[in-house]
Design a protein around this ligand. Structure first.
Ligand SMILES: Nc1ncnc2c1ncn2[C@@H]1O[C@H](COP(=O)(O)OP(=O)(O)OP(=O)(O)O)[C@@H](O)[C@H]1O
Length: 715
């Protein structure tokens, strides 16, 4: 109405105008996110502007009544009064509102651009260690490289020097995580799963074609927008693929990570992603995960995971086609795992579609081959995110900045994607990807044309706001701690790619990239019949733990179901806005806490599975037994340690020590055994004994390893 009746304001007022529009129609709870002083200033100027607009019209048309009758209704001054006085923070040009998500290393908050009113998600991290900072640098660099409708877009990265925070300004996805989406529905129909899977595939094909692997694909990192389209997010563990180089960083989430990662082998990032999307597809169509990580020690699950064995719940009717596809993705041997090119041509993927996912995407977007940044009017799309080489810090560079023009000491993290190419040999595999001149320069393959506004689906998906009623019908079988994150102290390390020929790959630095990871400690339990078989989901499948309020996940602030409820509660609260706002904030915090409980560091997993703290293992435990002749000795613990170390090394058994505990992994053609050998004091005697404990592996393989160790030790 404003625009129809009044002369458009001069161009330089346009943003302000849009923002006014936004403000007027924004829900109060959203307004609460906006700096009050700012609102006041703008509301004043809106009125002034409308006033002047009316005057202009009056002057021009000499018809005061026509314009005034169509003029913008006077702004409800009461609105200004009821806006809760909430202190609002600002980062760069964004006013920071409520928290919409959090990860192991970050908080994600809603942001509002001060000029356009555009909503963004601001991922705030405060890296404490160089490694963490490198990880974020990598995420920034790779996200800058990727422009695809099914991949989250990075608009800006801001370094707050004084607070040591790095803030990623991302496209805001209001629909929440795919995890919540599935939980709210129990499971997805194959048709809907296919639509999502095709979108994931098209994003992933694009990544892999551009030499980027994600390495942390999981339901929480797949977001669903309000039109029911997929956005792949969280590229914190992504990396550039260098042909011929394998990676070694221990990262990802245990239930989505393939055996090669859990066994700390060198791996190919593309193959890892394929396993993970296999787990994602399984979860979409069954409503559960193929394996679970529980509080207790359920070694059977890890055993089966390592062999790529899982089962389908008997109460879920699935087509053979989808099972066949999943069975080919979740394959323990990465070399035998289906390739992305085969997946995209698979009959299940293309059922009901004329083209493969990537072809369909490209066809839809070829008309408009420029990817438009929704914030391009206020953010310079080409604005480089620079690292000051001298000081090794981020510099936010605006167009006006002198740095923008002359950057002798600054180098862009990665070149811009279009026309860019990867020069594989430009940097040794073991060198930090994002540092200095070793940044890869791109050569292949070209990026496909992309358009911003291509909605990929006609099917209507009720946004989670309309699913709140369904939540009560929740049948999801997700359980607390199923979705966990493996993050070794070296996760996402830069130097995690190694090749045989590269000298730096053979250096001790790169060889240590995964040393601290302890895959043996992840112990998923769960279904135990062979892959492809069908079994009762009741007993062995992960079941919903009623003591843990899973439903609250669905009412998380990031899901629209909550936004509708919170908006209604906020309107009800107009009388005592401040108080209700406080309650709302508390609720949101609680919801975030619940959500946060789905994420665990490796240390958490270690503690949960091993059921003991570090201090326990650092002390020599006193144990009654039973001990045999072969497992007791009068040697001192220090001498026993030396003997055990020498023996394990000579037998080729991998191990790491944790106090008086040796965590060992023995791999042969038939089986992988993970076991612990603990040195203890024999209670009531001046003797020391060895305790053996099986963590993973078949009993007979475990027994032979124990026998071998005991016989060879000759205590
Ligand atoms: N662009 C976005 N729009 C809306 N919500 C988002 C966005 N980005 C992230 N979130 C929410 O915040 C959560 C945490 O974000 P993200 O996964 O990127 O953080 P993280 O610290 O890397 O997490 P982790 O490493 O534990 O997986 C997401 O799971 C999602 O719920």
């Amino acid at each position: 109405m404003i625009r129809d009746t009044c002369q458009l304001p001069p161009h330089h007022h346009q943003y302000q105008y849009q923002y006014q529009y936004q403000l007027i129609f924004t829900k109060r709870e959203e307004m609460a996110a906006v700096d009050n002083s700012y609102i006041d200033i703008h509301l004043e100027s809106i009125q002034e502007e409308n006033h002047s607009c009316n005057n202009n019209n009056n002057t021009n048309n000499n018809n005061s009544s026509s314009c005034s009758s169509f003029s913008t209704p006077p702004l409800p001054t009461a609105r200004r009064v009821v806006i809760p006085k909430v202190p609002c923070k600002r980062i760069g040009n964004y006013l920071i509102g409520k928290t919409i998500g959090s990860g192991t290393s970050s908080k994600v908050k809603i942001g509002t651009h001060v000029i356009t009113g555009k909503r963004v998600a601001v991922k705030i991290t405060k890296p404490k260690r160089v490694k963490e900072r490198k990880e974020i640098e990598r995420e920034i660099s790779i996200l800058k490289l990727l422009k695809h409708n099914h991949i989250i877009q990075l608009f800006e990265a801001i370094y707050e020097e004084d607070r040591g925070r790095i803030c990623l300004v991302l496209e805001y996805i209001s629909g929440g995580e795919l995890f919540d989406y599935i939980v709210a529905r129990g499971r997805l129909s194959e048709k809907e799963a296919r639509k999502f899977f095709r979108q994931i595939l098209s994003g992933l094909i694009y990544c892999h074609e551009n030499m980027v692997c994600h390495r942390d694909l999981k339901l929480e990192n797949i977001l669903v927008d309000d039109e029911g389209n997929i956005k792949i997010s969280d590229f914190g563990y992504s990396n550039i693929i260098r042909p011929g180089c394998l990676m070694s960083t221990f990262c990802g989430s245990p239930v989505y990570a393939p055996p090669e990662i859990l066994l700390e082998k060198k791996y190919n990032g593309n193959e890892v992603d394929i396993w993970s999307i296999g787990v994602i597809l399984y979860s979409m169509v069954t409503g559960q995960l193929p394996w679970s990580l529980t509080d207790g020690v359920q070694v059977e699950g890890l055993d089966r995971l390592l062999k790529g064995e899982f089962k389908y719940p008997s109460n879920v009717l699935l087509t053979n086609e989808v099972k066949e596809l999943i069975n080919r993705m979740i394959v323990a041997n990465p070399a035998q795992r289906i390739k992305l090119s085969e997946i995209k041509n698979h009959s299940w993927v293309n059922k009901g579609y004329d083209m493969t996912p990537d072809d369909e995407y490209n066809a839809k977007n070829q008309k408009n081959n420029s990817y438009s940044n929704p914030l391009s009017e206020c953010v310079d799309e080409n604005m480089p995110i620079l690292i000051d080489a001298a000081q090794n810090r981020y510099v936010k560079v605006s167009k006006n900045s002198s740095l923008y023009a002359s950057t002798p000491n600054l180098m862009p993290n990665l070149p811009s994607p279009r026309g860019a190419s990867i020069s594989v040999n430009s940097a040794p595999c073991g060198s930090p990807m994002l540092s200095g001149s070793s940044s890869p320069t791109l050569t292949t393959p070209p990026l496909s044309p992309i358009a911003m506004n291509s909605s990929t689906s006609n099917s209507t998906i009720s946004s989670p706001s309309s699913t709140s009623s369904k939540i009560s019908l929740f049948h999801g079988l997700f359980k607390k701690k199923q979705l966990t994150r493996l993050s070794s102290s070296n996760n996402g390390a830069d130097a995690d790619q190694q090749c045989n020929n590269c000298p730096s790959c053979n250096s001790s630095t790169s060889a240590t990239t995964c040393q601290s990871s302890t895959s043996a400690n992840t112990t998923p339990g769960g279904p135990s019949s062979p892959k492809g078989s069908s079994g009762s989901s009741g007993a062995s499948s992960p079941t919903f733990n009623s003591s843990y309020n899973n439903l609250e996940f669905n009412n998380s602030p990031s899901s629209p179901s909550s936004s509708s409820s919170s908006s209604s509660s906020s309107s009800a609260s107009s009388g005592n806005g401040g108080c209700c706002h406080h309650q709302q904030q508390q609720q949101q915090q609680q919801q975030q806490q619940h959500k946060q409980q789905r994420r665990f560091s490796l240390e958490d997993i270690f503690k949960a599975i091993k059921g003991k703290s570090k201090s326990k293992t650092e002390k020599l435990r006193k144990i009654k037994g039973p001990f045999t002749h072969g497992t007791t000795t009068s040697l001192s613990p220090a001498d026993i340690i030396i003997q055990i170390e020498n023996l394990l090394q000579s037998l080729g058994i991998k191990y790491q020590t944790n106090g008086f505990v040796f965590e060992c992994k023995n791999e042969d053609q038939n089986d992988i055994v993970i076991l612990e050998i603990e040195i203890c004091r024999v209670s009531g005697m001046d003797l020391f004994g060895l305790k053996f404990r099986r963590t993973c592996g078949q009993l007979n393989s475990y027994s032979s390893v124990c026998k071998l160790v005991i016989e060879s030790l000759q205590l």
